[in-house]
Design a protein around this ligand. Sequence first.
Ligand SMILES: *Cc1c(COP(=O)(O)O)cnc(C)c1O
Length: 227
Amino acid sequence: MQNIEKNLNRIREQIVQAATTCGRDPDSILLLAVSKKKPASDIRQAWQLGQKHFGENYLQEALEKMQALGDLDICWHFIGAIQSNKTHSIAESFDWAHCIDRVKVARRLSQQRPAGMDPLNVCIQVNIDHEDSKAGIDLEAVPALAAAIQELPGIRLRGLMTIPAPRETFAEQRVAFAQLAAALADLQRQGIDCDTLSMGMTQDMEAAIAEGSTLVRIGTAIFGERT
Ligand SMILES: *Cc1c(COP(=O)(O)O)cnc(C)c1O
């Protein structure tokens, strides 16, 4: 049995610690609770403890949980890879999508975002270590995709997201995150209005915060191991 309350308190403390260690304001880091493969009851419990942002990877599973939790004011983030045939539901049901890696998907999300809803917040996923197993684009391709997204009224570019390959040391973990932070700074210098670095998971959260993460995506440390 996971003690979600204890876990959530511990993670919040670790965020405060990591932020203060590097002279950052802890409130500048949003905690996204990653609830994939966990029941709606776990989400409800975390929500009752003040957690409002939840991340899901699998569309069907997410939609079922949204149904069960329709009475709660949750901000839903889609953090899985996006297939073109799934954009419609994502555009209708989510507040954020973190894994945009091609114009086609961005266009569809924009077109399919219902009128009357705020634009869907999106991040461009960068495949920082060029891994075949991961989605995302190369850093060099970021400016062009960012420029294309800016033309789309139904979505709003918030920043960049990455999942680096596992590394042994804190110093090594920081290198990949520093590259993403530099890419965001480049976009900002070009006058592109964006503010989000979606980086850091249970294993590398502190290193991500040290490099400027504004949104950490934490699953295991809150809800326990996934089976
Ligand atoms: C599963 C997942 C997470 C959470 O990972 P943990 O190691 O359990 O904290 C974060 N981001 C993405 C994109 C994920 O798929």
